[in-house]
Design a binder for this molecule. Structure first.
Ligand code: GDP
Ligand code: MG
Ligand code: ZN
Length: 293
């Protein structure tokens, strides 16, 4: 038996990358009986047949993490990519991605791409705001080759999911980091200013420098339905979480309660208004979701 990592799964076949090549494998029946589905990213042991490069997945190593949307094992970090223009920066979406990444307990890096198109200091503002919260923020440009080396370093030896709307430059960044990947990049349609869907199936891509990346739209569902109570939301907002312990009430949702430290910090400018508004917006959504039951 040899060890490898599942990099792709299509129609019941698992493609396992090993030191001696990629094997097309089936899962052993025992997994089905135990209701265990091998996932992309799983480190596995296979019984291999070197004549036709096929095999059987015999054993799945314990998973370090398990992402549900998309279903991938052992992801360690999320790179959330946004662009300053075409498509323009969407803070609501950024904060939503951050909530999802926080919930999955991933290390997060925020990338603001197409900084070459930024003539309103959009990037600088995001940098200041989100660095303050404790996030690593990278202002990049594929056309200027800016911060590509920094990103390369960030990806090294990690299993990274690339999240972000279509058209922001996720595939372009990966191509810059490693030109032999030759990932398809989409031209922005002039009419809608939205990127076309060019990324199809989920696949782990191995980097020459070490590590793996998933070039997918990221989280395949943006629903917040995993949050069951309104009080839970704040733990996924780094900046709000930081102050919430000092509110008068333990149960404070930071909306209209008296002696609320979060609202005090909002007034002082230590929490950004847009962030806080997104918090309220998500809170409303959770309220609507939970009332249904
Ligand atoms: N001006 C500018 N355009 C970029 C940059 N990065 C990517 N693009 C363009 O944006 C479009 C979408 O890029 P793509 O990598 O397919 O985005 P994805 O959908 O996120 O993978 C392509 O036409 C790229 O050439 C950048 O840094 N600056
Ligand atoms: Mg792409
Ligand atoms: Zn409060």
């Amino acid at each position: 038996m040899i060890e490898g990592i599942i990099v792709k799964g299509i129609g019941g076949f698992y493609y396992v990358k090993t030191d001696t090549g990629i094997y097309e494998c089936r899962a052993r029946g025992v997994f089905r009986e135990n209701k265990i589905t091998p996932l992309i990213g799983d480190r596995v042991k296979i019984r291999e047949n070197n004549l036709d490069m096929t095999g059987y997945v015999e054993e799945i190593m314990e998973r370090e993490t398990e992402l549900i949307r998309p279903p991938v094992a052992n992801v360690t970090q999320a790179v959330i990519v946004m662009s300053v223009k075409s498509p323009s920066l969407n803070l609501w979406l950024l904060d939503r991605f951050l909530v999802l990444a926080e919930e999955q307990k991933l290390n997060v890096v925020i990338v603001i791409n197409k900084i070459d198109l930024d003539n309103n200091s959009i990037g600088k503002n995001i940098y200041e705001n989100y660095s303050n919260m404790g996030y690593k923020v990278i202002l990049s440009s594929c056309t200027l080759n800016k911060e590509i080396d920094t990103l390369k370093e960030v990806l090294k030896d990690e299993v990274t999911v690339f999240a972000g709307p279509s058209g922001v430059g996720k595939s372009s960044i990966l191509n810059r980091i490693q030109p032999n990947l030759k990932l398809k990049t989409g031209e922005i349609s002039e009419k809608t200013k939205r990127g076309k869907h060019t990324t199809r199936h989920v696949e782990l891509i191995e980097l020459d420098a070490g590590g793996y990346v998933l070039d997918t739209p990221g989280f395949s569902s943006l629903k917040l339905d995993f949050i069951e109570t309104e009080g839970e939301l704040q733990q996924y907002f780094k900046d709000i979480r930081k102050y919430s312990g000092h509110c008068k009430f333990n149960s404070c949702l930071h909306v209209k309660e008296p002696d609320c430290e979060v609202k005090k910090q909002l007034e002082l400018g230590n929490i950004s208004k847009e962030r806080y508004n997104n918090y309220l917006n998500f809170l409303d959504e959770i309220k609507r979701n939970t009332r249904r039951y």
